[in-house]
Design a binder for this molecule. Structure first.
Ligand code: SF4
Length: 146
């Protein structure tokens, strides 16, 4: 265990102070991050989950519904959706819409290039899905393609 006094950030030390007399406990849960699948239109060398076009693993709708029920219960501030390319999950839009209806802020980690593919660009459906429900996008641009 690292003694708190060696941590450079004094604010952390101050934050932990009230809990020193007992075990640490969670105060609140701000963000729920879910990886809904490993399929991706790209196959970047640096991808830490080794996503790519040949990956087929994806979160079941049953699990997605369990995530939504959990969000309804614990009411985090943010739902952070990642993959793979999350847009390639067949229930992606439904998941985003249902999450937004629960009042949670939704962030989608997108590589944006997926929107250049006809199937996913479909008449601005994805951008309109994003704008209709006010979804933030965290754009993850590969630094290298080879
Ligand atoms: S775009 Fe992102 S998820 Fe897809 S292969 Fe590259 S790093 Fe992985």
């Amino acid at each position: 265990m690292i003694p708190l006094q060696v941590l450079p950030d004094r604010r952390l030390d101050e934050w932990v102070d009230p809990f020193r007399s007992g075990p640490l406990r969670g105060v609140s849960l701000e963000t729920v991050q879910v990886n809904i699948g490993l399929r991706c239109n790209l196959a970047c060398h640096h991808c830490h989950v080794e996503s790519g076009p040949s990956r087929t693993e994806e979160m079941s709708w049953e699990t997605m519904r369990a995530v939504l029920r959990t969000i309804e219960t614990i009411q985090p501030r943010t739902l952070d959706i990642t993959g793979g390319a999350p847009e390639m999950h067949p229930r992606f839009r439904e998941f985003v819409r249902e999450a937004k209806s629960l009042g949670v802020r939704v962030i989608v980690r997108t590589n944006l290039t997926i929107l250049l593919q006809d199937r996913y660009a479909d008449c601005n459906c994805l951008p309109s899905c994003y704008s209709e429900v006010d979804v933030s996008r965290s754009i993850e641009v590969p630094t290298r393609w080879d």
